[in-house]
Design a binder for this molecule. Structure first.
Ligand SMILES: C[S@@+](CC[C@H](N)C(=O)[O-])C[C@H]1O[C@@H](n2cnc3c(N)ncnc32)[C@H](O)[C@@H]1O
Length: 204
């Protein structure tokens, strides 16, 4: 299959889909860090969406949509930061370009979103601890023409992956520095990328 993995700089899913024999490409506005620039389309995903794809997996930016950012959208009780709200509206428009694409196999990943943006109903919530990583990070998937991801390796939780201002259970082990770097924290967990390739990459 010709597979687009949009908004992916790590190439975590792209590489695993290649291992399954698919013609997979990562796409991001920044260079890839996965070591395969020959499989990377460094451009705006909306341009790449004009091509024909057999499957689209997208990780659109969640900065302005995520529930974890509520304190910045409402800096004081009842007051909305309009500039930030407008950025959230734009982020939803970008998200919907994947959601409304005519491709018959679509998966979109994002964290729990703010109700004010009324994203479509998600299909399922997955967790890193269901795929071999000892953290919780509730991650929504919107799926069309693809089966729900089943847990591949359930392990005991140690804490949350991305500490939020409300979290009392933030992970504070050796890798804590990583979890506080948004670029590192947003990379797809290897176990989740493997589950996506194993469970969706076998489809003809
Ligand atoms: C939440 S991160 C997802 C990272 C992904 N999970 C990974 O492992 O690489 C969102 C990504 O979308 C990229 N991005 C933002 N706007 C984009 C656009 N218009 N087209 C393609 N990628 C875009 C960002 O550079 C960022 O790498």
């Amino acid at each position: 299959m010709k597979i687009l993995v949009a908004c992916e700089e790590s190439q975590a899913v792209t590489i695993r889909m290649r291992e399954k024999g698919h013609e997979a490409y990562s796409c991001d506005i920044i260079p890839c860090s996965g070591g395969h620039p020959e499989w990377h389309l460094q451009k705006d995903a909306t341009e790449v969406l004009k091509q024909k794809w057999d499957m689209i997996i997208a990780f659109p930016p969640c900065t302005y949509l995520s529930k974890a950012s509520a304190c910045r959208l409402y800096p004081t009780k009842g007051n909305l930061d309009i500039e930030r709200y407008n950025k959230g509206v734009k982020a939803k428009e970008f998200f919907m370009k994947f959601y409304n694409h005519p491709c018959t196999k679509i998966a979109i990943e994002n964290p729990i979103s703010l109700k004010v943006f009324s994203l479509p109903q998600h299909t399922q919530v997955i967790q890193p601890y269901e795929h071999g990583h000892a953290y919780s990070k509730a991650t929504r998937l919107w799926l069309k023409g693809l089966s729900k991801i089943k847990p591949s390796n359930i392990v005991e939780k140690k804490g949350t992956w991305v500490p939020s201002h409300t979290s009392k259970n933030a992970y504070s082990g050796k890798n804590d520095k990583c979890t506080r770097d948004p670029k590192v924290a947003s990379k797809t967990f290897p176990g989740i990328a493997q589950a996506m390739a194993d469970q969706w990459g076998g489809i003809k």
